[in-house]
Design a protein. Structure first.
Length: 364
């Protein structure tokens, strides 16, 4: 650890897969190479919350439903911080992504940072993506700098695969340089299909997918999508694909096919890296899908391991990452790089709301 000031930071993450919980993480960090995980707690929320948020996906302007969803999301995040019950210097409040359209230079995360600061008494940073997009970046992925910090002791080259609603890869070479981009869909489509067919939030351990048969024609058509012809950096909205492509399949076959789409998207990404990593560490909810992990290991020529093998909690990585980015934002350090989001130059971001002066949000 260097002599830089160390901050205690809370990070909050509610992913696009709508897995029914807010992840709350507490870390100590200097915003550079030192990171110490202190606490992690998932904060579950009810199905009706998921339904209200899902109703707003794809929207680009506030309406009655969005304003109601934002108030609900903010209050749940405030409750999650209170449930953690830990003091901190700063909160990194990512909010809930409704729409991410990098081609149009548009991204939108709902969540009232000022209300968070007022309610918790802790300075809060939110709106992490907008500055990057205004400068010409993709606005995502934002966690690669944190991936590099937690992989400080890993043999290079190494990669981290986040299997969230959308999958993204961070490649760290021998010089500690980064390449990062979204690889394709991950949990969002599989979870949507599972909920549609069974009412469950996700296909536990990939049991349904394991009992299905892959429709290879669907997978091959998926791989012709323009996204796979682009070089990184690049990023996706969770709605870049939908369930229409597997609507003709029974539930097990649909889930097996969606899982294979995820795996083949990852393989396509790795094939475009300058060299293969020694190993790939998986984080996010998808690493708990045994069938998905089995398929990745069968298809790739290097080990795909849960990030726990490197000593980190794979459920906590993204929430920890936004705690880390909040400290970097506070210090004016870059949150994104040309090689991670395509921004022309390294750029900081985030909007700071001081607890003692946060204004009350006005309705439009």
């Amino acid at each position: 650890m260097n002599a830089a000031k160390v901050y205690t930071a809370i990070g909050l993450m509610s992913g696009t897969s709508l897995d029914g919980e807010i992840d709350v993480a507490l870390i100590r960090t200097d915003g550079h190479d030192f990171v110490e995980a202190l606490a992690f707690q998932p904060f579950p929320y009810a199905q009706d919350v998921r339904d209200k948020v899902r109703e707003c996906f794809g929207k680009r302007a506030p309406d009655k439903a969005v304003l109601a969803a934002e108030k609900l999301v903010t209050n749940l995040h405030i409750a999650a911080v209170r449930a953690l019950g830990q003091p901190a210097d700063i909160i990194g409040f990512h909010g809930q992504t409704l729409t991410h359209d990098p081609a149009a230079g548009f991204t939108w995360q709902i969540g009232d940072g000022a209300a968070m600061a007022r309610a918790t008494g802790i300075d809060t940073i939110s709106d992490f993506r907008s500055a990057d997009m205004r400068a010409g970046g993709q606005g995502a992925p934002l966690i690669p700098l944190y991936h590099r910090a937690i992989m400080a002791r890993a043999h290079r080259p190494v990669a981290v695969l986040n299997l969230g609603g959308v999958a993204n890869i961070t490649f760290i070479d021998e010089n500690n340089d980064l390449i990062a981009f979204d690889t394709g869909p991950a949990n969002a489509l599989m979870d949507d299909m599972t909920q549609k067919c069974t009412g469950a939030a996700f296909d536990e351990n990939g049991k349904m997918a394991r009992n299905g048969r892959v429709d290879n024609a669907v997978v091959e058509a998926f791989l012709t999508h323009d996204y796979f012809q682009k070089s990184g950096p690049k990023s996706l909205d969770r709605n870049a694909w939908d369930l229409d492509c597997v609507a003709h399949l029974n539930p097990n076959d649909a889930l097996a096919t969606l899982c294979e789409m995820t795996v083949r998207g990852v393989k396509a990404a790795l094939d475009n890296l300058p060299l293969p990593p020694c190993r790939l560490y998986a984080c996010g909810g998808g690493r708990k899908n045994d069938f998905l992990m089995t398929r990745l290991n069968a298809l790739l020529p290097f080990p795909v391991l849960p990030v726990e093998d490197a000593g980190w909690n794979g459920d906590a990585i993204e929430a920890q990452g936004f705690a880390y980015l909040a400290v970097r934002s506070l210090l004016g350090l870059p949150l994104s790089l040309p090689s991670t989001t395509g921004v022309p130059a390294p750029i900081t971001g985030g909007v700071l709301f001081r607890a003692d002066e946060a204004p009350e949000k006005k309705s439009p």
